[in-house]
Structures are given as structure tokens and as C-alpha cells.
Design a binder for this molecule. Sequence first.
Ligand code: GLN
Ligand code: ZN
Length: 781
Amino acid sequence: MTNNPFPSGTVLGYPRIGRRRELKRALEAFWAGRTTVEELEATARDLRLATARRLVELGLDAGSGAVPGSFSFYDQVLDVVALLGAVPSRFGRDAGDHARGSRLTLEEYFTLARGSGEDSPLEMTKWFDTNYHYLVPEIGPGTPVRFSDDRVVQEFAEARDAGIVTRPVLVGPVTFLLLSKAADGAAPDFSPLDRLPEVVAAYGELLARLAAAGAPWVQLDEPALVTDGHVPFGEVADAVRSAYGTLTAPAVGSGRPAVLVAAPYGGLQGERGDALALLAGTGVEGVALDLVRGALPAAPLPDLASKLVVAGVIDGHNVWRADLAERLSLLERVSELGAGAVAVGTSTSLLHVPHDVDDETRLDPALAGGLAFADQKVREVAVLARGLAGGRAAVADDLAASVAAVAARRAAAGVAVPAVRERLAALTGADLDRAPYAERAAVQRERLGLPVLPTTTIGSFPQTAEIRAARAAHARGELSDADYAAAMRAEVAHVVALQEELGLDVLVHGEPERNDMVQYFAERLDGFVATQHGWVQSYGSRCVRPPVLWGDVSRPAPMTVEWSEYAASLTAKPVKGMLTGPVTILAWSFVRDDQPLADTAAQVALALRDEVADLEQAGIGVVQVDEPALRELLPLREADRPAYLDWSVRSFRLATAGAATATQVHTHLCYSEFGDVIGAIDGLDADVTSIEAARSRMEVVPELAKAGYDRGVGPGVYDIHSPRVPSVDEVAELVALAAGAIDPRLVWVNPDCGLKTRRYEETTPALRHLVEATRRVREQL
Ligand code: GLN
Ligand code: ZN
């Protein structure tokens, strides 16, 4: 065991965007050129210190590395790219800079994340099964890899000087490389893992510097070890042995801090191999286990006798108060595993939950009493740590209060609504089926009269400052319901006129009335409640405020019909109604944990099914049901996937299969690599599926063709995650690529995703190029 005592309780990470989204505001002001880099650094420093002090106030130890140093200016994976100076060559970084090991400037760091001029940014994708997005490193045989950035050390020193000994948190080397993609031009047999020795050497240098600065512990996150990924377990195991063998070779104290490897988002013991035994066999001093999603190891592990186990018994990924009596029992069982020491922890970083329930002044106290956000979870950890050390009697009141809170939540009115349950019980298989696709396609062709390569958008148009101001004024009660509705209708009219002018084929109303694609629906459905300050980081400065799904779901009234109907009244072209699908509504909400997700999804699906019927009734002939989160919830372990795909596909079909044969059902999925869910996409039985594809240059289209997919597909030809406007040539090339890879009669032309985060200055020319490029390719068909 290490001579660095570990604190009795910790959390694996803490939200970094700020209680009032201070970092978001500071980043956006800096990007807009309104503040200097020094001002941004100062805001970030204040935020880090305020966070560290708050964690101590909530009960974490100030002196032993209990407080995680988990700050990031943008993304924790990008931070490792910066640590290694692993900048792809297209960013044209001076080779000399790298040879000198000089650190990226913040401007360079943000360029990797956001692109600039002709440089497209790193690709962004979902972090495990969460709604957080990381930037995908590009590692080739020649990518520079060398210790280049001591920001982590400086942040440690800054907190230390303020009297708090933090535990720096970084993505571990194995996960970093498993999440990397091979750089363009790398040989087909190259794997980013080939660069492990150099990557580990850079981490080794960092660890040495942290030890010199006095850090007792460092946390390296290795969530890739809880997944069944594309790399065979044997190769992962070799990488783990090699990486942690090398990193733990120097002596603790002088050469390095003690190493805690954290494995959030699931269990380490998979069907393909046992990564817990693997880690236990390395020289690391501690392992943090996710005991919410992962099971307790069935047998004691002798190799753990010399190690610390941080038992992640408090869920870092949901917002419910825990039954602390039950959690303490689990901790007692962990103690029987024979580890050298047991500390209490969270299952994951608290990055995925809002800051503080106490900020929610408008919640029904009955509901608020059942919630725990980040700060409450830190307190739960502290209580359990006292209970583990001092016995149940030491924390009897806290245990009893938590048990009562959980019971009260389950018994609250609205949690079980008989009418909802009866409707669900009466469903049959026929409720999931539409007419055969060929029949639908013929009728829809006739009804819609679209050209080949029809153009459309994914739904939202830019959410302008005016829209946001009107919404804020409405929320403050300064703008009446009628005036707000009038402002939004004016926006719809503007968006429809613009689309007509641009010459798009299937129009949308632009979603100005939606604050968020899930929250909007949650506010209109029974069983949900919205928070005031419950923001969580989605990527970079972007935050979302997930609603809380606490009870049985039903739809008191139509939710979207007036908007689609109004848009349709302004044009002779087809207007696409726009709904968010059941899986996405679940994925982007905090969902009740007292019944199977499948049942909750089916309740949401039935509410949407009624909405589809009302849209049809209003004359809307195209309805899109967005499921951007379908892949996000895909279980990380292969064995769990079939059951998930079954209920998720069924819920989509339950939402859409009530549609008439002549109604064209679209869906939108927000990612490009979906090898794992290709069968499910077919199973959704949508008439048209739009997907992200611009950054991966349409890679997905030949994959779909190969899988025999034979319905409409709209691979995105314009990467909306970046402000860059693609040229006509560039878009035409992508459209031609798609039309050459699959039957061109199936191909739709659209952006990668909704346009709400973009500005009209970018959107209008980009869509103009999209329509022009389509026209060109049509002529060549
Ligand atoms: N219809 C939504 C929009 O355009 C879809 C967004 C998404 O998939 N994330 O904003
Ligand atoms: Zn999308």
C-alpha cells in the first residue's frame, strides 16, 4: 500500500462550467473578441478555486487529494491532446514549437475544438453513454507526441497555494488512444495504440512534475475498460499492463504521485475479459469502481489486498437522492472484498449533473426532497464515509432521512397514473407496424411530388439574439403570451420565406419556439418538471438543462401543431412537422429509476403518437421524429445491447406507426459511426433517415448500401458544428459521393444537424451553396 493515505471520501470529478455558467460566458466573450486571454484565465482561476473551496465546505478533505482537479477549458480529451502537443498537421503548427515542447496557446487549443478559416476542427462525438461530447484526437505515425503542457501542474500548485491539496484528474493513456482515430493518410494497419510508449512517456513526465509539486495522488480515467469496443481485449490488456507498468515504475513520492485508475460508466469485469483483475495486477495504488452500473466483484481479489478501492456507490449520472442505508450495506460488502482500503466515491464524475438542488426555488418541495445534484451528492459521499468509518449509529439520522425521502418520492401522486398504465397494457404488435415501405413510398411520391435529391434541413434555424431576448422577456413576465407567440410566428414566417427564396424542397418552421428539443416537450407533458438552474455541459461552452422525468407521462394537449400548421399556411411546399423521439427524450432527461426504461419510453411514445395523429389531422404530410440519442444510450457491453435495441426501436415505432401510408416519416440521428446500430436503423422503419456525415466524408453511405438499406437517406453535407461555410464545390463533391454510393433516388440533401447554434451569416450562404450544389449534381445524374 502507498504511504499516501487516501481520504475516506471523494468524487471522481465536478461540474466545471460554473454554478451560473461563468465559464460559458467567459469563453463566449473571449471567442467574440470582447475579452483578453488574461481575463479568461482569471475567470477560470476564480472558478477553480471557488470549486475547490466549495468541495471542502461540503465535506471533502482539504489536505489529502480528496478534491478532484477536474477543470477543463473545453474538453478533457482535448486537454490530453494539448498535454501531448498532438496537433494534427493540417493545423500547420510550427514543427519547431513542438520540438521545443512549447505549450499550445489557448487560441491554438480552441482552434482544435472549433476550427478556423479552412481548418476543420477535430471531430466531436459522444462520451461513452452520456450526452457529453469529446473531441476525437487524430493520431498517426508522425503525429507529434511529447510532454508539452504543464497546465495540470500549475492548476495543482494554484490550489495548493490556496491551501487545498487536489487530485489532478486526466483521461488515462489507454482510453485516450482507444478514443483516438488514426490520422488521415496513416497506413491501414496503423492503430493509435501503436504510439502508446511515447504517450506513456509524456504522462510519466507529467507525473514526475506533479510529484515535485507535492501532489499525493493523480486520477487517470480509463472508462474504455468498461466497454466492449472494437479493439480485442487481449490488445487492451497488453496496453494496460505496459502503460501502468511503466507509469508505476518510479517510486511513489519522489518520482510520481500515487495512481488511482478510475473506471466510470460500468463494470470492469466483462465477458471478453476481466479488466479489474488486470488493473489489480499492475502497480497502481488504487482503483475506482462504478458500483452503480457495474456489479460488485463476485469473489474477493487477492491482488487488491495492497490497493485502495474507491467504491463508486453514489450515482454520478442521475439526480435522485440515494437510499444511504442501502448504499452503506453495499459499502460493507465492498469491505469484505479484501482490499487494502476502501473509500467512498461517486460512480462517475459529477460532470453530468447540475450543481445544487438548493438553487431550485420553484420546485415542488415533495419532488425537490427526492433530488440530489452535485453538491448533495458530495454530502452523501461525506455521510457514507463517516458511516463506513464510524458505523451506522454515527450517521443514523442521515440514513433515516434518505430512506424516508426515497419512499416519499415513490409514493407521490402522479408517479403511477392508472389511465396511462391501462393504455400501455392494451397495446399489441399491430400498433408497431405500418404498410410495407414500397407501398408507402409510391403513395408519398405521388403526394409530395419532390425532385430527385430533395433538399431539406434538420429542423431548427438560428436561434437569434432576438428570439432569445423574447423568450427571456416572456419568462420574466415582461412579454405577454400573445406577444411572445406573435414574435415567434413572425420568426416562422421569416424562416419559411427564406427557405422559399433559397429553393429548398421540404420546409420546416424553424423551431424558434423551442428553448431545447427535449425541454420543450417536457414542459408540455405531464410527468416532467423543468429546473431553473439545472445546466450541464454538453460540449465546450454548450450546456443543456435536462428536465426531470419523475412520473407517468401523458399529453394533456397538442404540443407542436399550431406552429407546423402556421408554417404550412405560408407556403405551397411540403412542411415537415418536427418531434423529438422517445429515446432522445429519455436520454436527455433525468429519468425515474423506479421502473424499466422500456416502460417509461413507451409512455412517452404514446404521447408522441397522439401528436403525430394531430399533425396529420392538420394536413401535415411529412413528420420527422428525431432520435439523435439512439446510439448514445447503446449499452457499452455487447451482452446488454440486444435488449436495449429492442425496446428503443419499439418505442420509436410505437410513436410513428400510427402514421398514415401517405405520411412520410423522417428520423434524424446525430452521429456518423453507427456500425453497431445499423440493424436498428432499419428496424425504425422510417421513410427517410438523416445522419451526420460531412466530417467523415459520407463514409456512412456505402456502409448503409452494403447493409442493404433501401429507404431514404440524408447524409449531412454541411458540418453545422463549425462556423465555416462550405463552398458549392465542396458540397457538390459530397452530394456526388453519396449519390454514387447508393441508389441516388434514395438520397436526400441536408445539413448534418439543426442550425440553431449557427448564425444567419453562416447559415444562409451555406444553404445557398447546398441548393446550388444539389442543382449541379442533379444535372449530372
Ligand atoms: N430537429 C432538431 C433541430 O434541428 C434536431 C436536432 C438534433 O438532432 N440534435 O434542431
Ligand atoms: Zn443532429
